[in-house]
Design a protein. Structure first.
Length: 192
């Protein structure tokens, strides 16, 4: 039997010198050009530096679609009618908007008061953050449960909620909701 022979050669390189190529770097900088920033805010309201910082900190469209694909799992859609696809897409984008607004309002409140929240990182409960993600905010409420006891007639006679932790109360307060709103979901037992 005659078999075709193969030669495998491994080559290994070792870098011994690195030199900065100033002309090449300058040419690339020139080629990439300028970035345009446009705003309807006057210069007395927003300087160029503040406008650039606002742009860098904005909630980008790309991040919204990333959330739809990775967290909300928009793909694949198993629907047949165009109306179903449109409706589901609107519903999911509404959900992402709620996440984005929640995150924005909480971060703005923390920034205004120069505060930080503990307990949003399960790997380190002591870690403090002033830029919580909406996913971590929701995760902070994942242990909440509502127990409903119904009468034979179908009427609710008792509703019990898991008590809020200090961090949960703080989050609700910063979102402008407050713990009182949460408490309204509960129907206490008769005689309490």
């Amino acid at each position: 039997m005659s078999r075709e022979k193969r030669v495998i050669q491994k080559t290994r390189y070792h870098i011994t010198h690195i030199a900065r190529q100033g002309d090449t770097i300058a040419a690339r900088r020139q080629r990439f050009g300028w970035k345009a920033f446009v705003t309807n805010a006057g210069q007395e309201l927003l300087s160029l530096q503040e406008a650039v910082l606002c742009y860098r900190n904005e909630y980008r469209v790309k991040r919204i679609f990333n959330r739809l694909k990775s967290r909300v799992h928009i793909a694949p859609l198993f629907v047949k009618l165009n109306e179903q696809i449109e409706g589901l897409t609107y519903l999911l984008t509404l959900g992402v908007r709620v996440l984005t607004v929640t995150e924005f309002v909480l971060r703005r409140s923390l920034e205004t008061e120069q505060a930080r929240l503990p307990g949003l990182h399960p790997e380190n409960k002591q870690k403090m953050t002033d830029k919580p993600t909406a996913e971590r905010i929701l995760k902070a409420f994942s242990d909440i449960s509502l127990t409903i006891i119904k009468h034979a007639t179908g009427e609710d006679i008792l509703r019990r909620l898991t008590p809020l932790s200090g961090v949960q109360e703080d989050i609700l307060q910063r979102l402008g909701l407050g713990a009182a709103l949460y408490g309204q979901l509960e129907i206490p037992a008769i005689g309490t």
